[in-house]
Design a protein around this ligand. Structure first.
Ligand SMILES: Cc1cc2nc3c(=O)[nH]c(=O)nc-3n(C[C@H](O)[C@H](O)[C@H](O)COP(=O)(O)OP(=O)(O)OC[C@H]3O[C@@H](n4cnc5c(N)ncnc54)[C@H](O)[C@@H]3O)c2cc1C
Length: 379
């Protein structure tokens, strides 16, 4: 079996792993990025890139930000249309200094990141390379993968919602009240889709505090899906796929719009580990990032922004590990502190708002009241 040695091992080349690799790209450290997929690859997602994500692209690399700006297969959005359970709605502007959010298939977005990662001579990308087990020794980390043995000084778990690295570290227990289930289907021909630059969130009574979304994509296509707290799915014994199909075909405000629409794929599902609880996300020679560290916003289900941010913070922390020659669990607690210093406030606020969104009457009231005060409150 082949053996390779690097300074840093990153498992997962999604937004978290790619961001961490890019942050280490100019340091001279040798970095291996392993992914079981071959890019471009699909990732079940709403494909919504917030302005936070777009801003972080420039921090990672102006060249990358320019490639994304030039990339044509995306839709700009400057507001969110939020439907309350009684079907009244409010448009919330997300236009910050003329910057727009974007809807771009992860198939394309993640590939753009990975192609950029490949440009650094010290970063080595191994696709079709599945990590199987971790041997955490006192002086190094040894990974067994489908492509042989990889040795390194430090391991970054950027391997997503079903992270093998997180399971190995053993500090994050999957709890249904801190986890959501999500579904996605690409559609063609949904009516009234491109009448404005907005995305739609439908807070339907049965899904609260989750929602159904319709996000416009180029070429008359749409990303349609729903996300729901796993504790509620399990308590009410909800069949999510059936629920999605039922809403699209029977809900008074949706059925006409989907009458002539065509699904372009079978419904796909994926887990969302929410950041509604603070966790231990590092250990000796190990750091968790992105979904592996459970950093998804519990209100909106957005995780790409925090995946990139945590990848960047991990990269910066790793520079400190090498300059101090310290990879200990004690030293790595600085990584946990920095993650929650930078993201904790917003995650806590979203957790509180998520609790409020469980109450349909309150949501109806807020949307109606906000509508009355729309100019003052939101624009
Ligand atoms: C239905 C749904 C809708 C969502 N909608 C949005 C949205 O609209 N906007 C938003 O911001 N966020 C959204 N999210 C969350 C977002 O998808 C994640 O937060 C984001 O992908 C996290 O990035 P990551 O790099 O941590 O993990 P991922 O993007 O999952 O990347 C992990 C990578 O690790 C690789 N990998 C996994 N295991 C191994 C292994 N053993 N060996 C080697 N490689 C491995 C995988 O192939 C993958 O490429 C949604 C999630 C779901 C499920």
């Amino acid at each position: 079996m082949s053996e390779k040695e690097f300074d840093v091992l990153i498992v997962g080349a999604g937004p978290a792993g790619a961001a961490c690799a890019m942050t280490l790209g100019q340091t001279g450290l040798s970095v291996a990025v392993l992914d079981k997929a071959v890019f471009p690859r699909d990732k079940t997602c709403g494909d919504a890139l917030s302005i936070d994500v777009i801003n972080q692209l420039s921090i990672l690399s102006p060249v990358l930000a320019a490639s994304f700006a030039e990339f044509a297969q995306k839709t700009s959005v400057n507001s969110i249309r939020v439907f309350s359970p009684d079907r009244s709605y409010i448009d919330i502007s997300i236009d910050i200094d003329g910057k727009y959010g974007q809807i771009c298939k992860r198939f394309d977005f993640d590939n753009l990141l990975v192609q950029h990662v490949k440009q650094f001579p010290t970063i080595h990308l191994f696709e079709n390379c599945s990590m199987q087990s971790i041997d955490q020794q006192s002086d190094r980390i040894i990974l067994e993968t489908s492509e042989g043995i990889f040795k390194g000084q430090i391991l970054v778990g950027a391997d997503g919602a079903y992270s093998v690295v997180s399971r190995h570290l053993g500090t994050i227990k999957t709890e249904r009240k801190h986890y959501s289930a999500g579904l996605r289907v690409y559609y063609e021909g949904v009516s009234f889709l491109n009448i404005g630059h907005f995305i739609e969130l439908h807070f339907l009574r049965e899904l609260l505090p989750g929602y159904l979304w319709i996000f416009p994509l180029p070429d008359n296509k749409a990303n349609v899906g729903l996300g729901m707290l796993s504790s509620i799915v399990s308590k009410k014994k909800i069949n999510l796929r059936e629920t999605l199909q039922r809403f699209l075909s029977t809900d008074p405000s949706l059925k006409e719009r989907f009458k002539n629409a065509r699904p372009l794929e079978n419904v796909k599902g994926h887990g969302l580990p929410l950041g509604s609880k603070q966790r231990v996300i590092s250990g000796a020679r190990i750091l968790l990032t992105g979904d592996a560290a459970s950093l998804i916003d519990p209100l909106t289900g957005e995780g790409i922004g925090n995946a990139i941010r945590s990848g960047r913070i991990a990269g910066d922390h790793i520079k400190n590990c090498f300059s101090r020659r310290d990879f200990s669990a004690a030293f790595n607690t600085a990584y946990d502190r920095e993650i929650y210093r930078r993201m904790g406030g917003e995650l806590r606020l979203s957790t509180r708002l998520q609790q409020l969104c469980k109450h349909p009457k309150l949501m109806n009231f807020v949307v109606k009241k906000a509508n009355r005060n729309a100019a003052a409150v939101f624009h």
